[in-house]
Ligand binder design. Structure first.
Ligand code: C2E
Ligand code: MG
Ligand code: MG
Ligand code: MG
Length: 287
């Protein structure tokens, strides 16, 4: 269509393309500077037990406040960091920062860190995780690593070796954004995840009787519980959504209804209030 419209169309698009490329280049160098100058931050979003509403953990989420452009979404700059080879460094910084906060929290409160597929391919990952844990003095079982299906797409030996090595360290593994990818269920659920996180696209509108999302969530929870995996409902915003995911048997809930991602000092305050899990808490959560 552009060609049919004649040469002028190209001239019209050209400056925009240059602009996009230029902006990207600026963004690249700015991201390096941000990492060096400490302009990146980590915020923490609580996860709560669906029945007792006690805080069970926090997910670490990276933030970048660009000095001129303001906040840049991680959905934008993480892929950029992957492309320009900065993700391993950024990822290790997030891991260390998050674990260093978690040691200040009560022992039953865990920390979750997102891993990029690129980090997952790095052979050094298990030794990085081990040294971060020992440097900051955090028990391995209090760290949960979140991976997406993208990590598992290359069905090769390396992926399985990596999962084995991480499990041997004693960290927990969660499958993030469950249900949004293209992997087969049987393949996904052969990986020994401790938890699956049901993507917020299923939660949104699930309380609408017309929606089929409730049936989908019910099926996911059933599968997970048969496989001894916990389930987190992501992105729960309303009371209706909360009641629904609770009734559908999700063990944990994360979303604006219980707290937006918050700075470390606020997370510490909230974590300190977290009452110890009741003795029957774990069994109930898995029913
Ligand atoms: P994610 O890991 O699935 O994180 C959940 C996202 O949903 C977060 O967005 C969070 O702020 C948002 N969220 C939580 N509750 C609600 C809610 O009730 N409603 C709505 N509308 N949104 C909610 P955020 O922080 O912008 O992060 C986006 C994605 O960027 C993350 O998705 C994750 O894939 C990636 N990401 C963030 N931090 C890191 C990091 O340190 N490393 C890596 N590799 N990826 C990261
Ligand atoms: Mg996540
Ligand atoms: Mg998610
Ligand atoms: Mg996501």
């Amino acid at each position: 269509a552009a060609k049919a419209a004649g040469k002028g169309t190209f001239r019209f698009f050209e400056p925009e393309m240059h602009e996009a490329a230029r902006e990207r280049q600026l963004m690249e160098s700015d991201l390096r500077v941000a990492l060096e100058k400490g302009q990146l931050r980590v915020v923490f979003q609580p996860s709560v037990d669906a029945s007792s509403e006690a805080v069970t953990g926090f997910e670490a989420l990276i933030r970048w406040d660009h000095p001129e452009h303001g906040p840049v979404s991680p959905a934008l700059f993480i892929p950029l960091a992957e492309e320009i080879g900065l993700i391993n460094e950024i990822g290790e910084w997030v891991l260390r920062t998050a674990c260093a906060e978690a040691v200040k929290w009560p022992q039953q409160v865990s920390v979750a860190v997102n891993l990029s597929p690129v980090q997952f391919k790095a052979h050094a990952l298990p030794s990085t995780v081990r040294s971060v844990l020992s440097d900051v003095g955090l028990a391995a079982k209090r760290l949960e690593l979140e991976i997406t299906e993208g990590v598992l797409l290359s069905n090769d030996e390396h992926v399985h070796d990596m999962i084995d090595s991480l499990k041997k360290i004693g960290v927990k593994l969660a499958l993030d954004d469950f249900g949004t990818g293209y992997s087969s269920l049987s393949y996904l659920l052969r990986v020994p995840f401790d938890k699956i996180k049901i993507d917020q696209s299923f939660v949104r509108g699930a309380s609408d009787p017309e929606s089929r999302n409730a049936a989908l969530i019910r099926a996911m929870v059933g599968l997970a519980s048969d496989l001894q995996m916990q389930t987190t409902a992501e992105g729960v915003e309303t009371q209706d959504e909360l009641l629904l995911v609770r009734n559908l048997g999700c063990s944990l809930v994360q979303g604006y209804i219980f707290g937006k991602p918050m700075p470390a000092d606020e997370a510490l305050e909230l974590a300190a209030k977290a009452s110890p899990v009741k003795p029957d808490g774990f069994t109930r959560a898995r029913e």
